[in-house]
Write a protein of this length. Structure first.
Length: 261
């Protein structure tokens, strides 16, 4: 099982939308997928059309109550989701020291679910929840929007990940992708070029464009593949999932172009 944590300390970059649609895209490739809502706001379940939830979920995992399968809820026919639970925010506020960094990893190891991918939707913060999500991950996926604040947040997040690497469960892979991208905006293109310049071996080839259909699909409680399967957004998320599975980054693309030239 691969654990992918969708992380960015900056809000508004589309983490929850990415978690839902990447999860469904992976399922469409034949992968068994489970999503984990690690944000106390609980938006992930709402984006999947789940509005009446049990009181427990990720919060109970962190206190050692059961495994992921015990709290998972079926999502249509393509996967399952573990909701955040009523007390997840309390975990963020507690001061439990270094030993609390591995609570999620311990929960996953204690009772791993029968899935290929566990995709974790993380809150826009830098507290214990983010630390737990990074420490538990095999891969960290970082959505970056087309603005300079995103670049600043990306640099800070990369430093956080580097500091946590010694206590992580494996040699974690770090992936970046441009989300909510608007090609006609010069600022979006400049940010993309900066990320390409500084992180060519982490930046995935595909981008996900800003699209009204993505916001609409979340409002209806469906993924883009259920809402508008032939849309540009659905095509882009399918390509993003392939980039992730086959580790297609812009550095490889540049090297191929150089070889041809």
């Amino acid at each position: 099982m691969q654990v992918i944590s969708v992380v960015n300390q900056k809000g508004g970059v589309g983490k929850t939308t990415a978690t839902v649609n990447l999860g469904h895209a992976l399922a469409r490739q034949g992968k068994r997928v489970m999503l984990l809502d690690f944000d106390p706001q609980g938006h992930l379940a709402a984006c999947l059309g789940l509005f009446r939830l049990p009181p427990g979920g990720a919060d109970r995992l962190l206190t050692g109550e059961g495994g992921l399968d015990d709290w998972a809820i079926a999502v249509s026919d393509w996967g399952r989701v573990v909701p955040c639970g009523d007390a997840l925010a309390e975990f963020e506020q507690q001061d439990a020291g270094v030993q609390a960094m591995g609570n999620l990893r311990d929960a996953i190891d204690r009772a791993p679910p029968d899935v290929d991918y566990l995709v974790v939707d993380c809150p826009p913060s830098s507290g214990r929840l983010i630390v737990n999500a990074i420490v538990a991950a095999d891969e960290v996926l970082i959505p970056v929007a087309g603005d300079y604040l995103s670049l600043t947040g990306l640099a800070r997040l990369m430093l956080t990940i580097k500091r946590l690497q010694p206590v992580c469960r494996s040699e974690m892979r770090k992936w970046i992708f441009m989300n909510r991208f608007v090609a006609r905006r010069r600022l979006s293109r400049e940010v993309h070029e900066k990320v390409r310049e500084h992180f060519p071996y982490s930046l995935l080839c595909g981008v996900v464009s800003e699209a009204a259909a993505l916001a609409e699909s979340a409002g209806t409680g469906r993924s883009i593949f259920d809402y508008r399967p032939r849309s540009k957004a659905a095509t882009e998320f399918s390509a993003l999932a392939e980039d992730l599975v086959y580790q297609r980054v812009v550095a490889n693309e540049q090297e191929t172009t150089s070889d041809v030239a």
